[in-house]
Design a protein. Sequence first.
Length: 262
Amino acid sequence: MYGYTKLEDILPEVKKTGACAIDIWPKVHGDQREQVEQMGDAKFRELLDKNGVSLGCITQYKLGPFGLQNEMRFARKFGCHTMVCGGKGPKNLKGAELKAAVAKFLEQMKPHLAVAEETGVTIAIENHANNLIDSPDSLKWLNELRPSKNLGIAFAPYHLPQDEELLSELIETLGDSLAVFYAWQHGMGCMKKLPKEQELLQMPGRGSLDFKPLVESLKKINYNGWTEIFMHPVPRGIPILETTQAVTAEINRSRKYLEELL
């Protein structure tokens, strides 16, 4: 959301959005993970403490689901219990082939889930486009076959049909496997440059997706994972709006919309 903005400028904004924790990303979407490496653990911890913020999540598509072991050990040092990445395996499968591919992926995940259990981290797989885990059925198989509670789902409505009934039923089916909920809709997409008002249609309360049924389903399953108000700008790495203050205001506009649905 804040792009390549310095952590020193982002962290004072966190509480202004009603949040208590941050999700840090590496390049190309942001560079906060690289900033932490550059400043060192002690300085990062000092910044978190100064602003009364915790490290809630690390997103690591770059490392992938089979490259997270050292990152999970880093997360443990900061009491971070959630890590997001994509799945790994063949694409565009259906039926029995999809189930078999998800089962194979979960078997391959077992050594990594052992480290997740050791470090207290939940690896949350996002239903990202062009991925093994990208469809409602793939999410259902992931939920049904997961071998450990330390494997969860980062649920992204953006990448699914924009059908409130389907999304709500899927949330209820996935239940306690949901670790992250992206308050994010498709709008007019995020793959080509659009006028800012059109790009912002990804945000809750701006595009056509009604989040009320989704929120009601989250309440029904007693969801207690992270919720991230989210969108992608074009190009990646820039803030969604020109100033840090404007980004915060836009997050709060969406937060107000969601809170009114509770």
